[in-house]
Design a protein around this ligand. Sequence first.
Ligand SMILES: [Zn+2]
Length: 264
Amino acid sequence: MTSFRLNGGVIILPLQKIRMGMAIVMVSVILWLGVCAMASARHQAAISALSGALAGRIIVIDPGHGGVDPGVVGKNDVLEKDLVLAIGQKLALYLRQGGARVVMTREGDYDLADPEITGLYRRKRQDLARRVALANKLPADAMVSLHINSFSNPAQYGAQTFARAGSAESEALARAIQDELNRMLKNKHRLPLHGDYYILRQTRVPTVIVELGFITNPREYRLLQDPLYQSKISWCLYAGITRYLAGEGKSLPLQPGVKGKKTQ
Ligand SMILES: [Zn+2]
């Protein structure tokens, strides 16, 4: 027997009842975890069923920045260029396993400008032009440019897609990826936005920019460095690209929202 003193009185609880209560709680937790796993497994099976759409398709993965351009910088010198490369490499694995041909705009810590070009602005211009030329020349079936966001308010969080205004294909790709990000991550329910970015304006292949999270948000700062979370977000990108290539993007109800303000 186990007793508890409560409000001056004594409540006697048989140990058996406590054990039964604990067992019920444990079973509930296991069932809840099971439901989560099943939902995830069902969705993974749905994506696998579409993976034939990837076969032989050419996907350009563009990890932003690199070399002298670190992108946004988090505390303890956590750099955007390193995070997007790690996530891009994981995405490449998923896509290649699905049968796609993947071309990375960079596979290490460098930019695409000629060595003799000096000045960050001039290097950046040539670097971006070469990323665009690579995708246009192939020509690729889709291009996904990976970035990390930052904002003065650390409460701001969430992964965000940007599409080219007026391009139904870019919008469809953004919708499919945003839907996966919203579904799998503890993301705000974000809508794709139209972005006025150089890469979106200049590519002739369906292109999206994905801001994978905010380096200024403490939770996402931690998660974006976590290899497991990097795999999870890469899987979302893979699933979104797969759904787009399978023709699902256009029918999704995520209407692209207002034009993004940033240019690059
Ligand atoms: Zn960036």
